[in-house]
Design a protein around this ligand. Sequence first.
Ligand code: GCU
Length: 609
Amino acid sequence: MLRVVVLLILSACTYGNDLLIQNIPGRAGMTLNGTWNYIVDPYENGFYNYRYIPFDSTSNPTTSQGYFVNQKPAHKSERIEYDFDKSDRINVPGDWNYQKEKLYYYEGTVWYKKSFDYQKSQADHRVFLTFGAANYQTDVYVNAQKLGAHKGGFTPFHYEITDILKEKDNFVVVKVDNKRHQDEVPTVNTDWWNFGGITRDVTLVEMPSTFISDYFIQLEKGSKNRIKGYIQLNGPNKAGQAVTLEISGTRLKQKFKTDNRGRAVVDVSVKKLKLWSPDDPFLYDVSLSTDEEIVHDQIGFRTIATKGQNILLNGESIFLRGISIHEENPIRGGRAYSMDDARLLLGWAKELGCNYVRLAHYPHNENMVRLADEMGILVWEENPVYWTISWENKMTYATAQQQLSELISRDKNRASVIIWSMANETPVSQARMEFLVNLRTHALSMDDTRLISAALEVHGEGEGGLTRKISDPFAEYVDVLSFNQYVGWYDGLPDKCDQINWAIDQNKPVIISEFGGGALQGLHGDSLTIWTEEFQEYLYEESIEMLRRIPQLRGATPWILADFHSPRRVLPGIQDGWNRKGLIGDTGAKKKAFYVLQNFYLEIAKEFK
Ligand code: GCU
């Protein structure tokens, strides 16, 4: 008898990624990190039949050929042409490029499978399957049932699996496809490696039937003691529920009642709130509780604003002594994902004298912002709207907005995060303006407490184009003007810095979001021999002198903390697949320019608070 495996195809909206749970690290549950089986599937043979119809579509209701079924032969004559349990294994989290040599350049689909048992601690509890991120398009199945699909390589997605879960012999199958596409975000051309895979933590979290799914607890914009936000419940009894907010070390312990949407609006004043700052990164233990649960989070409170040319943290003008960072551990190689990786990268930033980092060009893993909270490092977070995005495509905009929403949802309670960046180096056009202005409007609708920026376009005027201005019309919409400039690297040699006249006429703070040049760590010569540490050192000296002439200068994030992988960088013996603009090489050794920037930050720290 034909073994019919009837797939209960549940529409994505039933189990879709319509719910992002706040503070996964603070929830009860079980990790699914570890070794998973995987199958490389460049022709997506496990997803489409030979007529290119998806196995999991309703037009193809019965099949055992879809890899997500994880089918085993029921008898000796049954033909099943895949077997996860006999396939190779790979670690999750972690990109496949660095774990499997054959997948170093691979761009396509890889299927992952993990079997697990799970016993709920209470029968009426609910269970969610959560992913920190997977790059780029992900289809998720548990026990052969489709939970949903997610796009975006750097933001979380969560699915409820309560009704599917068994106590024994569950299996989760994940299809990850990292192919690049013109209409995706980012688009096909980037200057970073397209690391594919389940690149961040996978965690099961268990919740009461009605639970605290989300909350936003931060100071109201412009206030040093009024906390505004909300607490959101999810579940059958979410309406009219009592929920208590307590901030340890203060007298605040207040009960709220949720409305019929399960939301409690928070609007409380706290006397003598100790403010978070890089010099004193004080975090309160904040607890949110209902009759059924208590959720703890470590939250800092601070104000961030601009006033004329100044950036004010807790009312005081600051200079953002920063550095740009890609999400790579250059020593191990591949995507960074762990708290240890975060300690390495932010430890280097601290050693440089930084009070600020630009997490480029996409949302980094949550460990980075939680550690930045603890270490007192301010953060610029960025949506991967990078270079030549398909500005006219409505789906492209929806994907960009979805990823921005997921970023803000995840990190809205992190005091360290002060800037949401909408884009990087995007060519000016009417369609691009609408795209970015709409993203900004959306960001402010989710969080009006933080600053908005983007790496804007700059142009040269006058003789030889030596007079530089910010001509980008999006400058009108940002709180902080930022731009990347490479005078001395892509634009002449370092001695050209001296000829540049910055004529920035907007009365706003300026952060140089990128400057710098490449050097192979350990290669030495005179200061005009490119790729030597001496050339990079000279370039930094000249760049800093030039940029200090900008009266509105209130920060910089030179490009970049450490060498990183890029398929664009192929110069043999120098680049070999690495972008060499790091101040630290791929062995963790510092280059001479590291100390030029460190000295500048020591000086500027004395001029500012
Ligand atoms: C650009 C871009 C970076 C890139 C850098 C470079 O400004 O923003 O992503 O890596 O320049 O050319 O190294």
